[in-house]
Design a protein around this ligand. Sequence first.
Ligand code: DAH
Length: 356
Amino acid sequence: MNDLRDKYIELIAAATGEAALEELRVQAVGKKGEISLKMRELGKMSPEERQIMGPRLNALKDEINAALAAKKAGLADAALNERLKAEWLDVTLPGRGRRSGTIHPVSQVWEECTAIFADMGFAVAEGPQVETDWYNFDALNIPGHHPARAEMDTFYMHRAEGDDRPPHVLRTHTSPVQIRSMEAGGAPTRIICPGRVYRADYDQTHTPMFHQVEGLAIDKDISMANLKWVLEEFFSAYFGTAVKTRFRASHFPFTEPSAEVDIQCQWKDGSVKVGEGDDWLEVLGSGMVHPKVLRAGGIDPDEWQGFAFGMGIDRIAMLKYGIPDLRAFFDSDLRWLRNYGFASLDVPTIRGGLSR
Ligand code: DAH
């Protein structure tokens, strides 16, 4: 029995893992283990022998079980120590700050425009960016042969041979939304449409995709005077200072009369300041909606009239926030975005209108 004890105590001491230990347990005190078999032999012994051997075998079994348990705990401790050594963490290190993103200037200005025009009762309308040439051109009184079509550097959607759907284009301006919202809502109406537009053009002030905001107000007696007030109100709120506008006679197929609108500004050391000085900066096209355009939108031009305007969002963003190159707007360069972007909790920097 001493041999048996020494053998297992030694084996247990030498065991290197839980699996080996389990094997030893089965081998020694499992159902068919060496010590268990010995205990079964007790039955064949004489009572005297049994009285001696029984307690000794039990003691041996207890001793082996205790050794197994102690070794098991030892192995677990050792494993834990190994892990603690390998997986330590210095909780005194400074945290790794997470940079928060910024609002793109276009999104910011888009919101600002929406807020200012909403104050003046304009709702936001939307239209598709892939547009039929009817909405983009014909309905706006730009027929097929009209030079404006060529001037706009239009992107045409590919059409497979035999595809007889109307030709589609990437809308070259937000003006087609005028037609769509006239169709949908009739008159009277007062909407703006901020959105993406596309033209095949690329230099410091042109990108193939850019943003416009369209305006449209139709009622019984809307006039150019209303247009001028709305625009001056808008620019003054947007730039946070009283801004004069100058209307220059112009021509657009979809308005009659038409005007290009300049805002008052001053050039100083190569940068421009809006709202003071004797210089003028062109910022938008506008006019009284052409009767043919009203009719294309399902509105009777003998009963209704209105004004419309179209303005570059990117352009007025560059002006307000002093951003020199339009192309950088769409480069997704994080350094640029961090520099020119806005904190997400910035509310639009607009002020109450002039005449309120
Ligand atoms: N659609 C014109 C453009 O993209 C801008 C424009 C001019 C819009 C006059 C209008 C308008 O609504 O009345 O160049």
